[in-house]
Design a protein. Structure first.
Ligand code: PHE
Length: 474
């Protein structure tokens, strides 16, 4: 065990960093919109149950692995599995997946930074033009924004765990909470705001079906940063005295609360813009909501508070999303950084240099796959559809491998590392855990129905996405 491994300075630092990872672009727009479309309060209820009964045990297992091994994910699988080569693939995927997700997340963060800069420059009116987004993502200025985002991420990560990740989270997360509250407070004063709140909160159980349930679980899984090796890596930076069970609960609650509160910002804004909005017609994609739909709404605020006021609100909104995205991006780049420096014994600086180059090349390829370069735009085809390079990265790693990684965590912890070791690790810092109902539930669920659910989602996704087959009726 490495004595000189850097650690978070406090439990709060760890919780804020992990919550910073969890609170991302998905929470702020994607969650509220899919909740509204898929049954409002009914979706919120199901989502909360998924977080508590399916995601929380997986989160605790990931954290326990990292803290016990005090290593990056690859090293954790190796040490806790006594060098069993069968688990090598799981360890490799726990590092390669975040590396690839970092690529697609970087692309979106760069666009957000672009929109943030443009609102600061007073160009909200052009952002609200229907054709603007298409032109923007195909203009060469995105590469300048990319350079700036890469610089920010590297500056934070170069600082290391305490001076980099923890310090950034301790500033960015409270700032994010304040901005969110200010925006919610403002938006709720708009005309027709309550119509949006109603759609968001009033339950409609008739919307529930297998595909909504699948979507809700996938959303919860992604939102809590599970299956990405992130929580394993961050937990390898906490001390043996810390309470993992309590910390995991705090992270899950913070993430879900931010997602819920974000709905009180987004839905009222949409309904005050157009009280007759049909929720079913709202776009499912966070990308089109953030970059196409919301700028229109933000610009329309000028009738109330003038162009400057509308630009200020838009600036605050994009800053909020940018802060959320940066803490997530930092956490995901940290995984391969930790692995490279742990495995190869090289400095963080060198590891970051290598990764910046590698992710940089792939991010540029993704960025050019929205029309700039034909062979990347129509990169391949499966499931009866033409797919760009970006689509492939998204489909393979986000949609398919994430639940698979979660499945590996459950199987590894329960059947290789073993229940008793998990319980022992979780009891350290949380003395009431041993013998509790929670312990029984975690051990039972992780060894039975959670892996079955994750395996079903994985098989179903592969069948529908890549082979165009409909299994299990969703
Ligand atoms: N929880 C993040 C989100 O909702 C997911 C994420 C974490 C993505 C880390 C990338 C990196 O956006």
């Amino acid at each position: 065990m490495s004595e000189n491994r850097e650690h978070f300075s406090s439990r709060l630092g760890f919780i804020l960093a992990a919550a910073g990872s969890a609170v991302g672009i998905g929470n702020l727009v994607g969650f509220p919109v899919s909740a509204t479309k898929n049954g409002g309060g009914a979706f919120l209820l199901v989502y909360a149950l998924f977080v508590a009964f399916i995601c929380l045990p997986v989160m605790m297992a990931e954290m326990a692995m990292g803290r016990k091994a005090q290593k990056d994910p690859l090293g954790s699988y190796k040490i806790l599995g006594n060098n069993d080569t069968k688990w090598k693939l799981a360890g490799f995927l726990a590092v390669f997946t975040p590396f690839m997700i970092a690529v697609f997340y970087m692309v979106i963060t760069v666009w957000i930074f672009g929109y943030l800069t443009q609102t600061a420059l007073g160009n909200l009116d052009s952002l609200a033009n229907p054709g603007h987004f298409g032109l923007f993502i195909n203009s060469y200025t995105v590469f300048a924004y990319m350079a700036a985002v890469v610089l920010v991420v590297n500056l934070i990560l170069l600082g290391g765990v305490k001076q980099g990740i923890e310090k950034a989270a301790k500033f960015l997360m409270p700032a994010l909470f304040v901005m969110l509250i200010v925006l919610v407070g403002y938006v709720l004063t708009l005309d027709n705001a309550m119509a949006g709140v109603k759609y968001y909160i009033i339950p409609d159980f008739s919307k529930m079906n297998a595909s909504v349930l699948n979507g809700a679980l996938a959303q919860a899984f992604f939102s809590l940063s599970l299956g990405m090796g992130i929580l394993m890596t961050y937990a390898s930076y906490i001390s043996k005295k810390d309470d993992i069970v309590g910390s995991a609960k705090m992270v899950a609650i913070t993430d879900s609360l931010v997602a819920f509160v974000a709905g009180l910002m987004v839905l009222p804004a949409i309904f005050s813009f157009d009280p007759n909005t049909d929720p079913a017609a709202l776009s499912d994609s966070s990308v089109s909501m953030i970059f196409v739909y919301l700028p229109k709404i933000l610009l329309a605020l000028q009738h109330d508070i003038g162009y400057f006021g509308a630009s200020a609100v838009a600036f605050l909104f994009f800053l909020l999303v940018f802060f959320a995205a940066i803490t997530s991006l930092v956490s995901i780049v940290e995984v391969p950084t930790a692995t490279l420096s742990d495995r190869k014994g090289i400095s963080r600086k060198k590891a970051l240099g290598i990764l910046t180059l590698a992710t940089g090349v792939l991010t540029v390829l993704c960025t050019m796959s929205f029309g700039m370069v034909d062979s990347l735009t129509s990169f391949t085809g499966y499931g009866g559809q033409s797919k760009s390079f970006f689509d492939v990265v998204y489909d393979v790693f986000y949609d398919t491998i994430l639940p698979f990684n979660g499945l590996m965590v459950c199987l590894f912890v329960m059947y290789r590392w073993k229940k008793a070791n998990l319980s022992k690790e979780l009891s350290i810092g949380s003395p009431n855990y041993a013998g509790s109902f929670m312990e029984k539930y975690v051990n039972f669920s992780l060894s039975t129905f959670i892996p079955i659910i994750l395996a079903t989602i994985f098989i179903n996704t592969v069948a529908t996405k890549f082979f165009g087959l409909k299994l299990f009726g969703f």
